[in-house]
Design a protein around this ligand. Structure first.
Ligand code: NAD
Length: 319
């Protein structure tokens, strides 16, 4: 009996496998309509600069209600101004240090009261230290982990319950090419970006297992994008690993969210890193050296991170 059910399950699996490949092929040839996001509440962390700002401007053009979270209040103001110029009607900005759990939960409550339940959550805020492992101060490594991954736990915990209640919503995380393969001078950063993939992929499976198929997830893995975070980076193989324009990156990410893609590799050559699981070690190291991953951060000098430029306000400043 048990053997029979196992055979029928395997048969069902094989039929569905073929069907889903066929479906993916058809969708590749005739892509489905992108989803309409007009009127949706979209919260973007790290919206004050770089990729987050460009994601915001693309959603602004599509009529979404926007909520910006960042530690950089001046940057938030500039993104509000630009979003309005790009057609946004409802725009709200909050100073929130996403690495601070209590602050995330407090500001999330404020958003629910003042704006409503978030439909699309884009976890973009991130920092990078760019130092060799032994040169990295312990506190800086902890900060990277708190901003780049712990923050995503807190924001998802804050906004997922409302999505689950109506079986509708979208969680988006900006990981990185270094979430797929390690990189010289990025031990803490790469670890945090690998963690994002493990986190959101697991959450996606958990939601599927619970029957919450209406909640989508998208993991974005860009290589290099010309923002403050990547200033000083030198690429030796631009065809393989180009520095992408930030406006292009923002547009592609919003398109992928509207197409409800599970993974977004930018550029597509990022997928090549999956081959690391199949090649001999010496081939892997040779390929990594050829791609420039051993030295493309050599030009990055010690710089002040954005969060050091924008320390939390003192209690007397918060009114
Ligand atoms: N630029 C690249 O080459 C590149 C490549 C791959 C992935 N990424 C990822 O894309 C995301 C955006 O990076 P970017 O290039 O636009 O960098 P950026 O420095 O231009 O923007 C990052 C934003 O995050 C904000 N931020 C930092 N710490 C925060 C905190 N504790 N709480 C709230 N906001 C905080 C900053 O103020 C800033 O506005 C990051 O997660 C980054 O790791 C960037």
């Amino acid at each position: 009996m048990c053997k029979l059910s196992s055979i029928s399950e395997t048969l069902k699996f094989l039929i569905l496998l073929g069907y889903y490949y066929f479906e993916a092929f058809i969708l590749f040839i005739c892509p489905p309509c992108k989803k309409n996001v007009a009127g949706e509440i979209v919260l973007i962390t790290g919206a004050a600069n770089g990729i987050g700002r460009q994601i915001a401007l693309n959603f602004a053009r599509l009529g979404a209600t926007l909520v910006f979270w960042d530690i950089d209040e001046e940057g938030n103001k500039e993104t509000i101004k630009l979003a309005k110029e790009n057609g946004a009607k409802g725009v709200y900005a909050y100073r929130c240090d996403c690495s601070n759990r209590e602050e995330v939960y407090r500001v999330a409550d404020q958003v629910r009261k003042e704006v409503g339940d978030v439909n699309i959550l884009v976890n973009d805020a991130g920092i990078a230290n760019v130092k060799t492992f032994l040169d990295l101060p312990d506190a800086d490594m902890e900060k990277t982990i708190r901003v780049n991954i712990m923050a995503q736990f807190w924001t998802c915990k804050a906004f997922l319950p409302a999505m689950i209640a109506c079986n509708r919503g979208h969680l988006v995380s900006i990981s990185s090419g270094t979430g797929l393969i390690g990189a010289n001078k990025l031990t803490d950063y790469s670890a945090s970006k690998f963690a994002i993939i493990g986190f959101l992929e697991s959450l996606a499976f958990e939601l599927q297992a619970a029957g919450k198929k209406g909640i989508k997830t998208t993991i974005v893995c860009p290589s290099f994008v010309n923002t403050e975070l990547s200033r000083g980076i030198h690429v030796s193989r631009p065809l393989l690993l180009p520095i992408l324009d930030v406006e292009y990156a923002g547009r592609k990410i919003v398109d992928a969210i509207r197409e409800e893609k599970f993974y977004v590799f930018m550029p597509l050559t990022n997928c090549i890193s999956a081959l690391k699981n199949f090649v001999p070690k010496k081939v892997l190291f040779l390929a990594v050296e050829y791609a420039g991953i051993f030295n493309n951060l050599d030009g990055v000098r010690d710089r002040k991170r954005r969060d050091q430029n924008h320390p939390a306000p003192k209690m007397s400043d918060t009114s």
